[in-house]
Design a binder for this molecule. Structure first.
Ligand SMILES: NC(=O)c1ccc[n+]([C@@H]2O[C@H](COP(=O)([O-])OP(=O)(O)OC[C@H]3O[C@@H](n4cnc5c(N)ncnc54)[C@H](O)[C@@H]3O)[C@@H](O)[C@H]2O)c1
Length: 455
């Protein structure tokens, strides 16, 4: 099939390259000319494992190209996927990029004589596709849904850091549609994928994506709140609590006498909070949409409240454990919001670094790939010193904070840390694993307990 994708970011580019690898003819359209030029040279502008090789292959085979000319690309397209950003504005979804993409498609449709299926792939609040997107296209084209164009909604579940594998081996594909022809085209588009397809109307497809993220985020905030309570009580390592909970067969079934260890258990590990380009903004957007219907959305509000405070646990616990941080040197390891990506959007490390600097600490910071995007996100704050070799910097540090679980940092467990504090903000190590240094973490306060009856 001939596919146009508007927006060549994480979702648009990875989807485009993978669809091309499965045999489709794909054009990714982006307003950013620099991105377009790089992609046509076979060079991705984002860091994603496996992407450079696959992009090089599909460009060389002539099945993938980038362009800034939307009209030319749509002239031959069977399907256009909208994959532009949907950021948060004042706690609600900002649909301006979706709106302008819909208007441009509508303007093109006005003079067109072929039927085009327009499919929203961006994460948009339920009801966006069948109201706003439909309205903008109809207004700009003067044509009706079903006559000149069809509408679909195909949410994306890839995760940064494993985006190519996630797209190539999805758990399911959600096909939202408003007309039979668009359903047929989406089924054709995803025919090379054998996984289960969930075919629903567009607003159900939109809510599936939000429900997925909101429930995962809820699990993270729930275990973080338990961890904070464990630390307040004292003499509890919350990882013992996590183990006790996760042995429940409903979390971790036993099949043929063996534990399945489902991936969902990784969302039951306490830490310094969730970040990234999706969870925070998507939970905010759904909370905000619910509130616009007069619902309190108390649970999602609580999920956000717990998460907003969670990175500050690092400074709070450190000050409790070692006293004032003024003049102390803190080495922060990991700046990306998670390993495998250079994305620092809403990364907990931003709040951690700022709070340590505000406490008067000298901050050394390291990340294998996210330093330049982190420095930009800090707005040019000159205070943190970015280091190339984290191992060389360990000797200079009083405190070492693991903020992103990059596998390289596992070597900390065998390095001589002497009297330094190792703050494991991601529970990367069991408390007794590091061979030296003093272990500190979220939900870990051993050796001092509070009498809850007198608290
Ligand atoms: N990043 C993820 O892990 C992820 C996962 C699932 C879903 N999503 C959702 O997918 C959507 C896109 O996210 P992303 O991370 O790929 O965003 P992104 O910011 O990386 O990319 C968006 C791209 O769209 C381009 N663009 C904006 N307006 C345009 C227009 N009118 N015409 C052409 N190009 C335009 C921008 O230049 C940018 O390159 C969002 O709704 C997001 O919530 C993201």
């Amino acid at each position: 099939m001939k596919v146009s994708i508007i927006g060549a970011g994480y979702v648009g580019l990875v989807s485009g390259v993978c669809l091309a690898a499965k045999g489709h003819d794909v054009t990714c359209i982006d307003v950013n000319e620099e991105i377009v030029a790089r992609l046509n040279g076979g060079e991705p502008h984002i860091f994603e494992e496996g992407l450079p090789a696959l992009l090089g292959k599909v460009v060389a085979e002539g099945r993938f190209r980038a362009s800034s000319d939307m009209a030319a690309s749509m002239a031959t397209a069977d399907i256009v996927l909208i994959a532009v950003g949907t950021p948060s504005k004042d706690g609600a979804i900002d649909l301006q990029h979706i709106r302008s993409a819909a208007q441009e498609i509508g303007a093109w449709l006005k003079g067109a004589s072929r039927f085009l299926s327009v499919v929203v792939k961006s994460t948009v609040v339920p009801g966006t596709t069948d109201t706003m997107v439909r309205g903008e296209i109809e207004a700009a084209s003067g044509k009706r849904l079903g006559d000149a164009f069809g509408l679909g909604m195909n949410p994306e579940f890839l995760r940064e850091g494993s985006a190519v594998v996630d797209f190539m081996e999805p758990d399911r594909i959600v096909i939202g549609f408003e007309d039979a022809e668009t359903r047929r085209r989406l089924e054709e588009l995803y025919r090379p994928w054998g996984c289960e397809k969930v075919c629903v109307n567009t607003r159900t497809a939109e809510l599936i994506k939000y429900a997925n993220n909101a429930i995962l985020a809820t699990q993270i905030s729930a275990i973080n709140e338990i961890a904070n309570l464990a630390a307040a009580l004292g003499d509890i390592d919350v990882m013992d609590v996590v183990k006790g909970v996760s042995l429940d067969r409903r979390w971790n079934p036993v099949v043929d006498g063996r534990r399945v260890e489902p991936a969902i258990l990784s969302y039951l590990v306490p830490g310094c909070g969730f970040g990234g380009s999706c969870f925070p903004k998507d939970v905010q957007a759904l909370r905000s949409q619910g509130q616009s219907f007069g619902m309190p959305m108390s649970m999602l509000q609580a999920v956000l409240d717990v998460n907003k405070d969670q990175p500050y646990q690092v400074r709070e616990i450190l000050e409790r454990e070692v006293g004032s941080l003024k003049g102390k040197t803190c080495l922060v390891l990991g700046l990306a919001f998670k390993p495998g990506t250079d994305d620092v959007r809403e990364s907990a490390s931003l709040a951690i670094v700022r709070s340590l600097l505000d406490a008067g600490a000298k901050v050394l910071a390291h990340d294998p790939i996210a330093v330049s995007s982190f420095a930009r996100a800090l707005g040019g704050d000159p205070r943190p010193a970015f280091v190339d070799s984290w191992e060389d910097s360990v000797a200079d540090a009083d405190v070492i904070v693991v903020a992103t679980k990059w596998p390289d940092y596992e070597r900390l467990s065998v390095l001589p840390l002497h009297d330094k504090v190792l703050f494991d903000a991601r529970r990367m190590f069991a408390a007794d694993v590091p061979q030296s240094g003093r272990y500190a973490s979220i939900g870990y306060r051993i050796g001092s307990e509070v009498d809850p009856t007198n608290a």
